[in-house]
Design a protein around this ligand. Structure first.
Ligand code: HEM
Ligand code: SF4
Length: 544
């Protein structure tokens, strides 16, 4: 994985000291809260309902045991012993003291991590396929490109005062594990007929108040021209964005208002300008970065056999383990969704265990997923049983990847100042309702996603079943949405009808699931059945 050079380290260290001074001035009363706010947001520090919240970036979701141990140390020393993995391959701490924030950032910098650009009007943490470099179905490892873009855009003056935040995702597999088309700009690595690598480019996606699925604006962009093209996209948006209206500043609004064709035309025009300026990277720069992502030293000649005599282990393998590109290896998913737990939460002790296991069994690599889970990407099949036993002892061997209890949920009203309703208890109650393993397996793939407000941090627009917390005359109310997807068959969920209270929404989800079980044809997922029969039969089941 990428390692900081002296320039990277010096920049991040300097930012910590700059922020330390800003915090000192705030605590001394030399600057007021309004003056301080943009400074803290540039360092990922939010002010939430009860305390400050710090969002730490995990670039393209890849990190190692040293970094995970540091995250555990921060959880234990500066928070309440927990961290919260988010839907954007970040980790958040919910109980931060302002006076300790500079020390936390210094601790992070000591393991090549930071919170820069995890907030504010900037290019946010670049997300990628959590199986990058390991997936059996990828064309190449997308992370060198993600890293290249990260380096090119972090601290770039033109991108430091964007009209609004800007999210980029990069994948290189046909299966979309990164919610590609829900990003402002998304890149999928493809090969042209001559076998050259390039990008399919998508633009104008995003969730929140006005959700849009990104359009494909380029079928094939030669990979070496990516920075020119990206600058062109950002330039068009930067020039025309609605800075007068906070609800209309995102690029998705511009793309929608200009129309796909006109947006594309303007991007192509700017692109020619950038190409002529010659701002793209020399091949040597790509090679330098790619060298950090060479595959680990996989052993040759390993067996693909797995001893499945322990039925609990076999069940875990069937659900949590997926194909790896190297013979004898597998990708192991670690669920952070125990029934009754808080989706994405992990204790300091569990973090340390995952760090140990990554070191022992996965070439020291860990991944965070947009579904708030973790992955050990390179496990020898022969080690899976020992890995499972260790995970099981720590409560981390839940079997529910993409099942009904693998719920994505934002912090909602338990932590978030913007929330209208709680998300966490709803997630917990739904998971409890469907806890039975046989029932979960019978239902099959069903992705439930819950947000506590219209900002959609819990991805409810992309939920096969989405739940949105709304404020109705001062009481918490939940709208039910159906039919969304954040996978390669991207779609936007539709609202079914009037909302419910907390108990009512759990019942409504159950009625939806039961209707699916009545209607499904053999092999059909919930989403397939919904797409075949439409909303009406479900509405009838939900509202009677
Ligand atoms: C608790 C503190 C949080 C605050 C104050 C917060 C704030 C916001 C705001 C204001 C937006 C709307 C942005 C827009 O419409 O342009 C947003 C969107 C979003 N946030 Fe959060 N958020 C928080 C936590 C989270 C968490 C925990 C996650 C992941 C679980 C998350 C992931 C996202 C995502 C994916 C979006 C959707 C943006 C899009 O694609 O348009 N946020 N958040
Ligand atoms: S969706 Fe709303 S309630 Fe949930 S974290 Fe985002 S801003 Fe807060």
């Amino acid at each position: 994985m990428y390692q900081y050079d002296q320039y990277d380290q010096a920049m991040v260290d300097a930012r910590v000291e700059e922020f330390r001074d800003q915090v000192r001035r705030r605590l001394a009363g030399d600057i007021n809260d309004d003056q301080f706010k943009p400074l803290r947001l540039k360092n990922g520090l939010y002010l939430q309902l009860h305390a400050y919240m710090l969002r730490v970036a995990i670039p393209y979701g890849t990190f190692n045991s040293r970094q995970m141990r540091k995250l555990a140390h921060i959880a234990r020393t500066y928070d309440r012993g927990y961290g919260h993995f988010t839907t954007r391959q970040n980790i958040q701490y919910n109980w931060i003291k302002l006076e300790e924030a500079p020390d936390i950032l210094a601790e992070l910098a000591s393991v090549e991590m930071h919170a820069i650009q995890t907030s504010g009007e900037s290019i946010r943490n670049i997300s990628a396929d959590q199986y990058a470099g390991a997936a059996a179905d990828e064309i190449c490892d997308p992370r060198p490109w993600a890293e290249l873009i990260r380096q090119a855009t972090t601290f770039h003056p033109e991108f430091s005062y964007l009209p609004r935040k800007f999210k980029i995702a990069v994948i290189s597999a046909a299966e979309d594990r990164a919610a590609l088309r829900w990003h402002d700009c998304a890149l999928r690595i493809v090969r042209n007929e001559a076998g050259e690598e390039g990008f399919e480019v998508y633009a104008g996606g995003g969730m929140g108040r006005t959700p849009f699925i990104a359009y494909k604006i380029r079928d094939f962009l030669p990979a070496a021209q990516i920075f020119s093209y990206l600058q062109a996209i950002l330039r068009v948006w930067n020039l025309h964005a609605r800075r007068d209206n906070i609800h209309k500043q995102r690029m998705k609004i511009l793309v929608h208002e200009l129309g796909e064709e006109e947006f594309r035309r303007q991007v192509e025009e700017e692109f020619q300008t950038f190409l002529a300026l010659g701002t793209d990277f020399p091949q040597a720069e790509y090679d330098r970065i790619a060298a950090y992502f060479t595959p680990p030293p996989f052993e040759a000649g390993l067996s693909d056999d797995i001893d499945r005599s322990d039925p609990d282990f076999a069940l875990w393998v069937d659900r949590q383990v997926v194909a790896h590109k190297a013979p004898g290896y597998a990708i192991a998913n670690i669920s952070l969704k125990p029934v009754g737990g808080i989706p994405g939460d992990i204790s300091a002790e569990q973090m340390e265990l995952v760090a140990d296991l990554a070191e022992r069994y996965s070439f020291d690599e860990i991944r965070a997923t947009h579904a708030q889970n973790l992955v050990l990407p390179h496990v020898r099949k022969a080690d899976l049983y020992a890995l499972w036993q260790a995970l099981d002892a720590a409560g981390l061997a839940n079997v529910n990847l993409d099942l009904v209890t693998d719920i994505i949920a934002c912090p909602g009203l338990d932590y978030c100042t913007l929330a209208n309703a709680r998300s966490i208890p709803v997630a917990q109650k739904i998971a409890e309702r469907f806890a039975n393993m046989e029932r979960q397996l019978d239902i099959g793939e069903l992705k439930i996603k819950i947000s506590g407000c219209i900002n959609a941090c819990g991805h409810h627009h992309a939920g096969q079943i989405g739940i949105l917390g709304v404020d109705r005359k001062g009481t918490e109310n939940y709208q039910l949405l159906l039919g969304g997807s954040g996978a390669e068959d991207t779609s936007q969920a539709k609202i079914t009808g009037p909302g419910f209270d907390e108990a009512g929404i759990v019942d409504a989800v159950e009625r939806t699931v039961e209707r699916y079980r009545e209607l499904r044809e053999p092999g059909e997922r919930f989403l397939d059945t919904y797409r075949r029969v439409g909303l009406d039969p479900f509405k009838e089941a939900i509202y009677g």
